[in-house]
Design a protein around this ligand. Sequence first.
Ligand code: CAP
Ligand code: MG
Length: 437
Amino acid sequence: MYGKQSYLHLGENIDVDKYIITEFYVESDKSILEVAEALAAESSIGTWTDLSTMDADIMTRLGARIFYANEEEHIVKIAYPLGLFEAENIPQLLSDVAGNVFGMNEIINLRVRDIIFPKAYLRTFDGPAFGISGIRKLLGIPERPLLGTIIKPKVGLDADRHASVAFDAWVGGVQVVKDDENLSNQSFNPFEERVVKTLAMLRKAEDITGEKKMYVPNISAQASDMLKRAEFVKAQGGIAVMMDILTVGFAGVQYIRDQNTGLVLHGHRAMHGAFTHSTKHGIAMLPIAKTARICGIDQLHTGTIIGKMHGGEEEVSAINNAMRCEWGNLKKTMPIASGGVHPGLLQKMIELIGNDVIINLGGGIHGHPDGTKSGAIAASQAVDASIAKIDLNEYAKDHKELQRAIDKWGVYKDESLLVPKNNSLITYTYGLTEGLM
Ligand code: CAP
Ligand code: MG
């Protein structure tokens, strides 16, 4: 409490249609109530002292309300009146609920575990233009898990080699080929040349296979360049582009979504570990993913559970549920499982994650002993086996590409052959959001 102003409303029944609710994990030398007051003030209308300029009306209309605080759990839940927020402005939302609070002296650790949005707030955003059903329609694949690849090496190939590796992956059986997150418009592989050449190969692959394919060039750059690149992709007949949502920032994502380019927006989450890695500090992936859906990301990296990147089953499932559930007026975002995936993991991954997913294999395709095309065939065979519910080792007996992949990387049950991983840092709880988004 600063002077006469208190933000404490413990036990109050919050009308979820009228408030944005944030759940924090907090560690401090101060008592939980003291730190909660400081958090509520700094993230809504107040500051470190009471103010002669404050009045009861501002306090009632716009003051944050601490309705839950538990010292043992280190959990504080704060409701923010909708009036605090500008419609359709994610930077402003984050400057409130995830802004200055992280720099306060009272804080030892602070984590935004979840943000709950009322329908009236969601209505101010368009959300994904395509969503899961739109992507499936574009590719003509109603149910099967989708397969994708990231061209590897991450960067270094010239535009011709990039396009020819993409072609091999498409004819081998993947639907989606994407640029890596750190490939943009470098001199060794200029953006426009790459797009033209790779889309030419896409059309060739579509003719040969009779299947629809997607190329996802990475447009991540300053906003004006992103728009020029998106427009270029559209003019060349492309159907999708990728943004690194955290390095370009949500304002960048919103800017591109607002142009209604008619392109599928693919969200890569490079840098998320800086926010999400600790269970005690930062911003959890769940609110980041929800924010991406609000901003209009059609397909988003959300984790593999058993690949090379951080993120256990409980966490990834909570995020994927949040991407796939009915949520106001917003279309559903397609989860992407990517990072350290190889054919021997696919059966388990589909079992854990389900069918509405794009599974991306970079090293797991281009690292196949017989090259990219064989790698893509092996990955498709692994999906076929998973759908038919046939054990991968069994299926591989008369599918030589899959067998060669398994010889190199093993299958999931063979734990010793798995990419080493440590999920022990994640003890994730869905907490407050049970039944609420
Ligand atoms: C995957 C990837 C992706 C990560 C990002 C990479 O390549 O291209 O960027 O998946 O992780 O460079 O690692 P591999 P996440 O298939 O060769 O591992 O999806 O968890 O954000
Ligand atoms: Mg990558």
